[in-house]
Design a protein around this ligand. Structure first.
Ligand SMILES: [Fe+2]
Length: 343
């Protein structure tokens, strides 16, 4: 990705190499809407250096819950290496769903979460949400009660970093007294056998109420497992666009996090101010990129996100297992966004 927001080399289909000049211009305009003269991070080869004191640091990753395969381990080690290099406390890790693939036995919490992600280095809460593989319905990894097990583990082990208070919940970080960000975590499981009509209604009411509440946080994010928009296998999710699209358009939501498509993506979608992030490269087999090419999208590298939050600015990085920055951008309160040069 070149500085200035063009997306000529960020897709792995190969088709991006043959873009017409007109298409290049169109993408550049879409992606650099409200471009600001940001200082390129430049030196972020290590991706973890060069941040001034202050603000808050988070990581995000999704689709990681294998039974400890090599790629899950590689992402875990990369997150740890990043956190060590950063040398500043992490406020949270956003765990974007598909937390446990296949059959969930009680020992896996210890083996594939507590021990997989170093408690010493990644010493912060992991806020989880429900992926399709977490439900345990007939469609994916059948196991009645699988999702409840994950929420029960959080409830019964309050000392654990694993936090999963409900299918939908809101939190303010780093603290409710002095928040920098309000995060609304939702359950986008709008498929057969998952959310019931009653739950959908309850979640809708919850979301409305949370959006109506006053918050001191300058930033508002939406988190769930399923991308509304994706330039990969699952494509756009029409039921979720219908459900949450108008809300995203009416409220000052700056980042919309998802996983599910095993890729790393940062999309800018016409008609929406928010930055759409897909972070689904936490360990499960990667997907190919296809679709509309609405920004940065890659399915070659496993990795995770790092987000630095200050009252005035967000810096978001996509980092691979070698600690290399694949893509990064800054976003200001007024929505101005600038893609930064990759190292
Ligand atoms: Fe998924």
């Amino acid at each position: 990705m070149k500085d200035g927001g063009t997306v000529n080399d960020s897709h792995d289909t190969g088709s991006a190499k043959f873009l017409s000049r007109r298409e290049m211009l169109r993408r550049s305009v879409i992606f650099s809407t409200g471009a600001l003269a940001a200082r390129p991070l430049g030196k972020l080869a290590a991706a973890a250096e060069g941040f001034a004191d202050g603000g808050m640091h988070l990581l995000a990753f999704g689709d990681y819950g294998t039974k400890g395969n090599g790629d899950q381990i590689a992402v875990a080690r990369a997150m740890e290496a990043f956190a060590q290099k950063l040398g500043k406390p992490l406020s949270a890790v956003l765990a974007l769903g598909d937390n446990f693939y296949r059959y969930l036995t009680p020992d896996r919490f210890d083996k594939h979460f507590e021990k997989m992600y170093s408690a010493e280095i990644l010493n912060c809460p992991f806020y989880a949400c429900a992926g399709n593989h977490d439900y345990g319905t007939a469609m994916y990894d059948y196991q009645p009660g699988k999702l409840q097990m994950q929420m029960d583990y959080a409830k019964n082990n309050p000392q654990s970093r694993w936090k999963f208070p409900a299918k939908w919940y809101a939190l303010e970080l780093p603290s409710a007294e002095k928040p920098l960000v309000k995060i609304i975590t939702l359950d986008g499981s709008y498929w057969e056998g998952a959310l019931t009509p009653k739950e959908k209604l309850e979640q809708r009411r919850f979301l409305k109420a949370e959006l109506a509440k006053e918050t001191k946080a300058p930033w508002l994010w939406l988190v769930n497992h399923y991308p509304l928009f994706s330039d990969s296998t699952h494509g756009d999710a029409q039921p979720l666009i219908r459900e949450w699209g108008p809300i995203l358009q009416q409220h000052p939501i700056s980042l919309c996090f998802a996983g599910h498509d095993h890729t790393l993506q940062h999309l800018k979608v016409e008609g929406y101010d928010c930055s759409f992030l897909v972070s689904g490269a936490g360990g499960q087999r990667l997907y190919k990129i296809k679709g509309e090419n609405r920004g940065f999208a890659q399915g070659r590298h496993f990795g995770f996100n790092h987000i630095h939050v200050t009252p005035d600015e967000l810096t978001v990085q996509f980092v691979n297992t070698e600690g290399k920055q694949l893509h990064a951008f800054k976003r200001q309160r007024d929505g101005k966004m600038k893609v930064l040069s990759a190292a």
